[in-house]
Design a protein around this ligand. Structure first.
Ligand SMILES: Cc1cc2nc3c(=O)[nH]c(=O)nc-3n(C[C@H](O)[C@H](O)[C@H](O)COP(=O)(O)O)c2cc1C
Length: 358
């Protein structure tokens, strides 16, 4: 299904090479100041970068079709649309019979048959994340008005890892100034080189995006099933190429003793805090007032220019596949904005549900 959220409800639509992609965001409080320029700024950050990406000739231009007047949300559904302009579908047609390993061609054709729009990956294209970013800009604005700040950055690319957990301050001040969306200059250069090395070999690399959210009040999250972790995980797994998510210490926690893993409670300026944050800001599925911290794992881009083995589904014979067309050797830098937007949508929805936003 294409709808997520309960009080702030997002529906996305479109396909990679159809007329365009877009979304309907329902439940935005009337009077929220939001301009098309603010939305466009976020969508521009999702653009592929020169050198490490595959620049499109046309830029994604956001159109606001409903839900906003004179720079303020009306309270009606906000409809955003981004037309597809830079399309060459010819190179995709063969994937119906010769599916790309690692992409959704095989499963989509098996499930939807001839109805599946194979052009540019159809509804499985990373392009569907553009309306998520657009809607996320609105959710982010709503959160900002309530003192919540979100920042994500490229924490690792292939074998290059930024081992220093970056503060929100570092992320916000540096993370948007470089094309790999790293939080530090030295790692940005190493990550860039890692992507270029993979590209030179006709290959691809994956990586992780780390996200930090500050300013959330204690009590956000709706257990049993709509916990902060559960809702964020569901949203993150909707992003194409995501293979994992962990909160705080995540999988590292299994190797710790309880005495190491538990975050001791302390008092800072009269408020309860924890002296470290291995819980990632969530206890019992509810925010505890510490920053919510999580990382999302992205696999390497499926479409690579190296020859690969596939099966010709008409003959059920093994074949060699050569993929042409534009594909980023690493989608992680572009996914940073997507993770931020996805987090904003989930947390704004939970804040409305919890009565923290009217
Ligand atoms: C921003 C973004 C851009 C993407 N671009 C590409 C791409 O150019 N080529 C590709 O093969 N996959 C790309 N993907 C990933 C595929 O859409 C995804 O791997 C595919 O739909 C299969 O889904 P799965 O990996 O979640 O199983 C992109 C993903 C995102 C988030």
């Amino acid at each position: 299904m294409n709808t997520i959220g309960k009080s702030l409800r997002l529906t996305i639509f479109g396909s990679s090479h159809g007329e365009g992609v877009g979304c309907v965001l329902d439940g935005v409080p009337p009077g929220l100041p939001i301009t098309v320029e603010e939305i466009q700024k976020e969508v521009d950050l999702r653009r592929p970068a020169e050198g490490i990406g595959t620049p499109r000739h046309e830029e994604d231009m956001v159109q606001v079709l409903s839900g906003s007047k004179d720079g303020l949300a009306t309270g009606g559904a906000i409809t955003l649309f981004i037309a597809n302009k830079d399309r060459d579908s010819s190179k995709y047609l063969k994937f119906r019979d010769m599916p790309r390993p690692g992409h959704a061609d095989y499963t989509a054709v098996q499930k939807y048959g001839d109805s599946h729009d194979i052009r540019g990956g159809g509804q499985f294209s990373g392009r569907l994340t553009a309306p998520i970013v657009a809607a996320g800009a609105v959710a982010r604005k709503l959160l900002t008005e309530h003192g919540v700040t979100i920042g994500a950055y490229t924490e690792s690319v292939g074998r290059v890892i930024d081992a220093k957990p970056r503060t929100l301050q570092e992320i916000v001040s540096f993370g948007r100034t470089n094309d790999v969306r790293a939080a530090a200059m030295d790692t940005a250069e190493l990550m860039r080189q890692e992507i270029l090395d993979a590209k030179a070999e006709g290959d691809s690399v994956g990586g992780t995006v780390r996200c930090v959210v500050e300013g959330l009040p204690v009590g956000v999250g709706e257990p049993f099933f709509d916990t902060v972790e559960g809702e964020l995980a569901k949203m993150m797994f909707a992003i194409p190429a995501v293979k994992g998510i962990e909160f705080g210490a995540g999988f590292r926690a299994v190797g710790m003793r309880g005495s190491e893993c538990n975050d001791p409670f302390i008092v800072v300026d009269g408020r309860l805090r924890t002296s470290k944050n291995d819980a990632g800001g969530v206890l019992g599925g509810i925010t505890n007032g510490m920053p919510v911290e999580f990382r999302v794992a992205f696999k390497p881009t499926a479409s690579i220019s190296k020859p690969q083995r596939t099966v010709d589904l008409r003959e059920m014979s093994e074949r060699e596949l050569m993929i042409e067309g534009r594909h980023d050797p690493c989608i992680v830098p572009r996914a940073v904005s997507v993770v931020e937007a996805a987090a904003a949508l989930v947390l704004a929805d939970l804040m409305v549900r919890g009565g923290f936003i009217d």
